[in-house]
Design a protein around this ligand. Structure first.
Ligand code: GTP
Ligand code: MG
Length: 221
């Protein structure tokens, strides 16, 4: 998949104010500072599209970015592959969300995942897949497990994305992923898909875009 265009569409204070044009959307969520906005910039190849910051709490609203992508598919006719490939354009949204767990003083899960975020996931019909970002440098955090389980319990499809893999030794990263799998197995029969990324090096970009392509293709059928 190639990204032909990616541009800011709208910032919304809640899910009711989000676009209602029916384009499928892919949301990025995770603790503050985990790298959600950086990943969106890396995927689209547009520097500064989503605002990033070294300080947690940068993203405060629900931000929609419109993406126009192009894929070339083999043209099948009577079971034969035709010579000329077919080009297909797709339009979809990437959604950058505020981080959860920013208010460190909050005690309950309910406070830690603001109602804005919870309601978005509970009500947003256009939501097609959720990327839950996990810092690959540290062992599983309770707030991440709680959020993943909240999505699972509510039937929201998700993929886990381990971010900042450029920062730690591969052994550490794999160890943290193993711990995450073990922790999830207490609640999940079948684990969600998992991807590794680095917004610094671009690692994991193709795998993530391929997954989005596969999902959008299945919607069009
Ligand atoms: P909030 O909007 O505050 O919730 O944060 P966020 O999850 O959007 O994080 P953001 O993309 O703003 O990145 C936070 C910090 O981590 C920035 O200083 C980024 O440069 C850095 N960062 C993000 N991704 C990576 C990565 O893959 N590798 C490295 N080395 N640094 C990263
Ligand atoms: Mg952000």
């Amino acid at each position: 998949m190639t990204i032909k265009r990616a541009e800011f569409a709208i910032s919304s204070p809640n899910w009711r104010k989000c676009p209602d044009d029916g384009r499928p959307e892919f949301a990025f969520i995770g603790r503050s500072n985990v790298g959600k906005s950086s990943l969106i910039n890396m995927l689209t190849g547009v520097k500064g599209l989503a605002k990033t910051s070294g300080r947690p709490g940068k993203t405060q609203l629900i931000n929609h970015f419109l993406v126009v992508s192009e894929v070339e598919r083999a043209n099948h006719k009577n079971g034969e592959v035709e010579r000329a490939n077919r080009k297909e354009d797709n339009e979809w949204y990437l959604v950058d969300l505020p981080g959860y767990g920013y208010a460190r003083t909050s005690k309950s899960t309910r406070e830690a995942f603001s109602s804005m975020i919870r309601d978005y996931f509970l009500h947003r019909e256009a939501l097609t897949n959720t990327y839950v970002l996990i810092d690959s440098r540290i062992p599983p955090q309770r707030i991440d497990l709680e959020f993943i389980n909240f999505l699972g319990q509510n039937g929201v499809p998700l993929t886990l994305v381990f971010t900042k893999t450029d920062k730690e030794k591969q052994r550490e990263v794999m160890g943290n992923i193993k711990l995450m799998k073990e922790a999830l197995k207490q609640q999940w029969e079948e684990l969600p898909p998992m991807l590794l990324t680095s917004s610094l090096t671009g690692y994991g970009r193709d795998a993530l875009l391929d997954q989005i392509d596969t999902i959008t293709q299945s919607l069009n059928q």
